[in-house]
Design a protein around this ligand. Structure first.
Ligand code: SF4
Length: 486
């Protein structure tokens, strides 16, 4: 008799669940009508430790609050802002939290994947290398590539419009931590200088005189924080630019605050914009940002399906790959199936977490990302199988298997590109040069970690050394070059 061996991932269709928010002491009396009201959600966001205490009562032990407070003071690059909708997806399996109050509930809260990136605490972070020596604010150099203020022109045919520097929720790992959100004790945020109306006009003017651009990601921050009439006015003008064929609205709030996208004036507005887009042959899509299956609830599905019903062509997910949040094939596939089966959201990308300050504990190595890409192949339809991508500084997105060469001991991967960014028009070597991405140092073998320790605090020198060393394809001579510099 042949033994039955299970597949590495066992698919089961799961029903989406809206966890019962009244399990939290602070929301015991909140009605469904309040819960589904976007304004109630915004007013009742958790913005500070006092509000978290008011919500949790005695569920959490004091050590958690102290840990959070220390992180806010010494590490956080984003201020705290968690809508009730997202808070409610944390420790969702604890139906009767009062019976677990104290040590058990606190342990479950510490381990929760949504908590891990929305309410980071000091003890989550690495103490050996809290930041990679080459981590930077604006690690993707988006500001350097602003064609006009807030309009990043990195790829030849597409641009990113940063409409607004705020969101209804702030994620601890935000790539745009340089610009987005309120300043924290560690990070004074960059301020947009121009008035919104002037910036939008300058963006539209640039797009009109740059016919090679055909695709605009209308982003932020999160467009859910723009007054609808302002967003609709911008989209109407954008739809009049003949060269624009793709418009993608970037909003994590479709998951974090689905109540926003279900407001009648917003739904009607989207319907008008989608109709105009359809008439003009423009593809209008929504891109959202969901990192764990727990976040996909019936309300999220309702918001997504409503957008599709009123004419949006596709709703796609761009998650971020993070340790503890979704760094296993099971977690990724559970999320993809929750999105695809339950909410009609296409799993599209998982980005490797960018090299911003204090993000090391979230980051995974390129080897791990390659392994995960392999592990999720073949379960989902091809069009809904997400690509895991590395957003390489000065390059852009590359599929993780597109790496040119990879020194696993030092955690350096080398990448090339096939176009010039907007700041490289005169750079003859832009498409023959190697560009570097770094694995988190704690993930390296001891010899590699030792090498980094021996470098001291030479992040800037190292960047230069990397560019030079990368000219050689041979890992040993690259390492020798690097050592010679210091
Ligand atoms: S929603 Fe997006 S832009 Fe806003 S904080 Fe999160 S990652 Fe950053």
């Amino acid at each position: 008799m042949t033994a039955h061996v299970e597949q590495p991932y066992v698919y089961t269709q799961r029903e989406l669940v809206e966890p019962d928010w009244t399990r939290f002491p602070g929301w015991r009396d909140v009605t469904p009508a309040q819960w589904e009201d976007a304004q109630w959600q915004r007013v009742n966001c958790v913005k500070n430790i006092k509000q978290l205490r008011d919500l949790m009562g005695d569920l959490l032990q004091e050590r958690f609050y102290a840990d959070l407070e220390r992180d806010q003071a010494e590490r956080a690059t984003m201020s705290m802002l968690v809508p009730p909708q997202m808070m409610n997806t944390m420790v969702a399996a604890t139906a009767d939290p009062m019976s677990a109050a104290g040590a058990d509930f606190t342990a479950a809260f510490y381990a929760d994947p949504v908590r891990l990136y929305m309410l980071p605490v000091f003890s989550d972070r690495r103490t050996d290398w809290p930041s990679h020596p080459c981590a930077t604010r604006d690690s993707l150099h988006e500001h350097d590539m602003w064609a006009v203020e807030g309009l990043t022109h990195r790829y030849p045919t597409k641009v990113l419009a940063e409409m607004i520097p705020t969101c209804p929720q702030y994620c601890g790992h935000c790539t745009r931590m340089d610009l987005v959100g309120n300043s924290t004790p560690q990070v004074a945020k960059l301020k947009l200088a121009g008035k919104p109306v002037d910036r939008y006009a300058a963006m539209l003017d640039y797009l009109q005189r740059t016919p090679q651009v055909r695709d605009v990601v209308v982003s932020g921050g999160d467009v859910a924080n723009m007054p609808w009439k302002n967003l609709e006015a911008f989209l109407d003008q954008l739809l009049r630019v003949d060269n624009i064929r793709d418009i993608r609205l970037a909003t994590k709030a479709l998951m974090g605050l689905p109540q926003h996208w279900l407001q009648p004036d917003v739904v009607e507005g989207i319907e008008r914009v989608a109709k105009t887009a359809h008439e003009r042959g423009v593809s209008l899509a929504i891109h959202t940002h969901v990192n764990n299956a727990a976040s996909v609830t019936p309300l999220v599905a309702k918001a997504s399906r409503t957008m599709l019903e009123v004419g949006v062509r596709d709703v796609r997910n761009q998650g971020v790959l993070m340790r503890g949040v979704n760094d296993s094939a099971d977690q990724l596939l559970d999320l993809c199936f929750a999105l695809q089966d339950g909410a009609m959201i296409t799993p599209y990308y998982f980005y490797m977490c960018d090299m911003i300050p204090f993000s090391e504990h979230w980051r995974v190595s390129l080897a791990e990302a390659q392994h995960l890409q392999h592990a999720i192949m073949g379960y989902l339809p091809g069009f809904a199988t997400p690509r895991i991508v590395c957003d390489v500084p000065f390059v852009g997105k590359r599929w993780v298997h597109q790496v040119e060469s990879y020194d696993r001991e030092l955690g350096m991967s080398f990448w090339r590109k096939n176009y010039r960014t907007s700041i490289e028009a005169a750079d003859t070597e832009a498409i023959s040069r190697d560009y570097v991405y770094y694995d988190p140092i704690y993930s390296l073998p001891e010899s590699g970690q030792q090498w980094w320790r021996s470098q001291g605090d030479h992040g800037a020198d190292l960047e230069i050394a990397m560019a030079r060393a990368a000219a050689s394809r041979d890992a040993a001579s690259r390492a020798a070059d690097l050592l010679a510099v210091h």
